[in-house]
Design a protein around this ligand. Structure first.
Ligand code: T46
Length: 135
């Protein structure tokens, strides 16, 4: 599995911090949607699904969390603990997010509008889908 962590330029001065995402520069897709996950209670886990047609970049603006990405063959854990690192997630990765710190603010940029029918929420179904997609 490739390493999906991408560098993000952090512009920091006495007033605070700023991060920039630009299509074609550090963001490989046109952003159609952005959402934030925050206030996650200790011990909570999220995700447990894959997407058929969705590219995303996830970045922790504050605090930390972990993403486990699974392509049906192997799993890799990515620690997100800096606004300088964005996790690029393409199609067909089962994801689990865990170990959220109390102060975690996770920003996710997405290539498509919200579409419930794009989610695969059953792991067995995901394995079948991803095997067929690879053919
Ligand atoms: C993903 C990971 C990283 C909406 O109405 N619009 C939206 O754009 C999103 C993202 C969610 N929702 C609703 C759907 C659910 O009723 O918000 C609720 C919570 O969503 P979900 O349980 O899918 O949240 P996570 O944290 O498990 O997954 C989210 C994204 O949904 C998913 O695409 O890749 O973050």
């Amino acid at each position: 599995m490739e390493d999906f962590l991408r560098d993000i330029k952090l512009i920091e001065d006495a007033r605070g911090k700023l991060v920039v995402f630009e299509n074609g520069n550090n963001c490989p897709f046109e952003v159609k949607r952005a959402y934030c996950i925050f206030g996650v209670k200790e011990g909570e886990e999220r995700g447990f699904h894959a997407h058929k047609n969705l590219e995303q970049i996830a970045v922790c603006l504050s605090g930390s969390c972990e993403f486990i990405l699974d392509d049906g063959k192997e799993q890799k854990t990515f620690a997100l603990n800096s606004p300088k690192k964005g996790l690029y997630i393409g199609n067909n990765y089962w994801r689990v997010m865990k170990n959220f710190s109390k102060d975690c603010v996770l920003l996710v940029l997405a290539s498509q509008h919200y579409d419930q029918s794009d989610y695969i929420r059953n792991y067995k179904e995901f394995l079948t889908y991803t095997k067929n997609a690879a053919k």
